[in-house]
Design a protein around this ligand. Structure first.
Ligand code: BES
Ligand code: MN
Ligand code: ZN
Length: 501
């Protein structure tokens, strides 16, 4: 997607399509008002016919409007002024993009950011225009024999009434583009099936990213390396599959040599059948998405490298399959993790924490300022929070606040759940230092409590992204979340986000 910033007289802008907001009860946004005046009241006249009353998400295309240079006008309903928040704004942009992509419009000039949604500054609104437009133009066609033509919309121009706001808009466009590209990468990896997207495939894609961005160093640890590191928990999961596990390590050093890195650890389980504790058949295909934490690390690394942010960032992706096999983990098996702690595997389907605990121990070697892991870890988190927010777990209140606000700012929200030690006893085992499951109650919390036992030396937060990483049903597909949240966090840490006036 190409993006240009525009300002000046709106009526004389040459564009295939000018996108204008209309609020409830046919109230014109300021740019629409300006166009209406240039067109001698044409818009008010059309709206008077009643085809568009301003309901959020409705659109009306107008052709040959007198007095304006644009080839078309797209009126977009934005709802009631008092309800106009970022969600409604995204809905309006999405509706506009859908209409544009149904037709043959190759470029459009968006003015909706002038109608400032509640909770968003100009930078946010302009950036949302880019991320939503690209999100809605995303298609996954790689595994179709007949590819549909790419959506026609190739260029999104952003309107700022005041030219002094152009630098803010440039920044919003650059950041929005990088985030959207990271999201698209995470979606692509997530949507690929388990027979293509194996641990080895992920490792190759990581090497490819390293070639695309020279600042990104990529190292892939093989099972022999993991043996040497005594990663008994990770290796026990991989033993149930014919595909060898890979431990992918990204290293981006954009910051000062002495500044401690942030480490992102993403669960890269390329297919989770449950192992010997096998899952039911229904919707098991969706367990190809069990590597979306890893995909989120890929997408975030790519966004940060694209922007060249002045920070040090490490990405660690333990990649494995979880399948039933003669050599697979059996309920009751006891393994020794890299940390030395022993684990009784009472359910082989709680494999995410087994591969993550060794990856978390491994991340200690980077002497990190902060470690955030992201994992499609528990069905319980989906029950608790649904598909709107991921679960956030940390004992560090300041870090929790930082992650929650990054989620708000990026419209990719998290919600905090407790990590109290009261839950730890559910992991007691008669035979090992701990069990890998904590029973039915508070399943997302006990999973986080398990990980907490491996992060005692770290400043650490855990994101359970099981509910947000993909959508099911007719709209089945990866979402690319939480790439926006994590990139926002890193933009904040690197001081690249503008402070609102
Ligand atoms: N990958 C799953 C979690 C999952 C399930 C995510 C459904 C999204 C939808 C994870 O490996 C798993 O199987 N977790 C178990 C843990 C249980 C055995 C303690 C679960 O949630 O059922
Ligand atoms: Mn599982
Ligand atoms: Zn899993």
């Amino acid at each position: 997607m190409e993006i240009k910033i525009k300002s000046g007289d709106l009526a004389s802008q040459k564009t295939p399509c000018l996108v204008l907001g209309v609020l409830d009860k046919r109230k014109l946004s300021a740019p629409a008002e300006a166009i209406d005046q240039a067109a001698g009241g044409y818009l008010r006249n059309v709206l008077g016919k009643g085809d568009l009353d301003g309901e959020a998400g409705r659109t009306l295309m107008l052709y040959g409007v007198p007095g304006v240079a644009a080839e078309r006008l797209l009126l977009v309903g934005c709802g009631k002024p008092k309800d106009f928040n970022r969600t409604v704004y995204a809905k309006a942009i999405a509706a506009a993009v859908a209409t544009l992509n149904q037709g043959h419009t190759s470029a459009a000039l968006f003015t909706l950011a002038e109608l400032r949604p509640e909770g968003a500054d100009r930078y946010d609104a302009l950036r949302d225009t880019v991320t939503v437009a690209m999100d809605k133009s995303y298609r996954f066609e790689q595994t179709k024999s007949e590819k549909k033509p790419a959506p026609p919309l190739k260029r999104v121009d952003l309107w700022v009434a005041d030219k002094a706001d152009a630098p803010t808009a440039e920044l919003a466009a650059r950041h929005g583009l990088a985030i959207a590209q990271g999201v698209a990468l995470a979606k692509d990896l997530g949507n690929l099936p388990g027979n293509i997207c194996t641990p080895s495939y992920l490792a190759e894609r990581a090497q490819g990213l390293g070639r695309d961005y020279p600042a990104l160093k990529v190292q892939v640890l093989e099972e022999a390396d993991m043996e040497a590191l005594k990663m008994g928990a990770l290796l026990s999961v991989s033993r149930g599959s014919r595909q060898p596990a890979k431990l992918i390590v990204f290293e981006y050093r954009g910051g000062a040599a002495g500044s401690k890195p942030i480490v992102l650890v993403g669960k890269g389980l390329t297919f989770d059948a449950g192992g010997i504790s096998i899952k039911p058949a229904e919707a098991m295909d969706e367990m190809k998405y069990d590597m979306c934490g890893g995909a989120g690390v890929f997408g975030t690394m790519a966004a940060v490298a694209e922007l060249g942010l002045p920070i040090n960032l490490i990405g660690v992706v333990p990649a494995s399959e979880n399948l039933p096999d003669g050599a697979a983990n059996k309920p009751g098996d006891i393994v020794t993790s890299m940390s030395g702690q022993t684990i009784e595997i009472l359910n082989t389907d709680a494999e995410g924490r087994l591969i993550l605990c060794d990856a978390l121990t491994y991340s200690e070697r980077f002497d990190p300022a902060l470690v955030v892991d992201l994992a499609t870890l528990t069905g319980a988190c989906v029950v608790a929070l649904g598909k709107h927010a991921c679960g956030l777990f940390t004992k560090d209140d300041a870090l929790a606040a930082e992650l929650l606000s990054a989620g708000e700012a990026a419209a990719d929200r998290a919600w905090r759940l407790p990590l109290w030690d009261d839950y730890q006893q559910q992991l007691d085992s008669n035979f090992a230092d701990m069990s890998n499951v904590g029973g039915r109650e508070g399943g997302a919390i006990t999973a986080a409590c398990f990980l907490a036992r491996y992060t005692k030396k770290l400043t650490w937060a855990h994101l359970d992204i099981a509910g947000i990483a993909w959508l099911s049903g007719k709209e089945k597909g990866a979402t690319g979340r939480p790439v926006p949240l994590l990139t926002e966090l890193l933009l904040g840490r690197s001081g690249a986000r503008p402070t609102p006036p």
